[in-house]
Design a protein. Sequence first.
Length: 113
Amino acid sequence: MDNDWKNRLGVVFSTNPDFKYQEESLPEAETLPPAKQRLIVGIDRRNRGGKQVTLVTGFIGKEEDLKELGRQLKVKCGVGGSAKDGEITVQGDLRDKVTALLKEWGYNAKRGN
């Protein structure tokens, strides 16, 4: 998008008509093997209208791998949720079930709060 001004905040104006803004893009981290991942499974109630969600944090890797792990967890638990920004959200208080599934799949998972 040429008019995405949020990426250019703090940039000094240029009068050169051929000037192109250079945006820094961080390379996506390689996905660690399941045994090296340290996942924390907790519960969250903030900004969710009083509803409880199980939150899996600590995933290091590509966004596609995070979404695939989130999809597998949602299918096994039979609930909805999302996977974005390095976190997996599963609807409901399913901390024990999610922790057991992650350990079964070889992840280093720990039940939080």
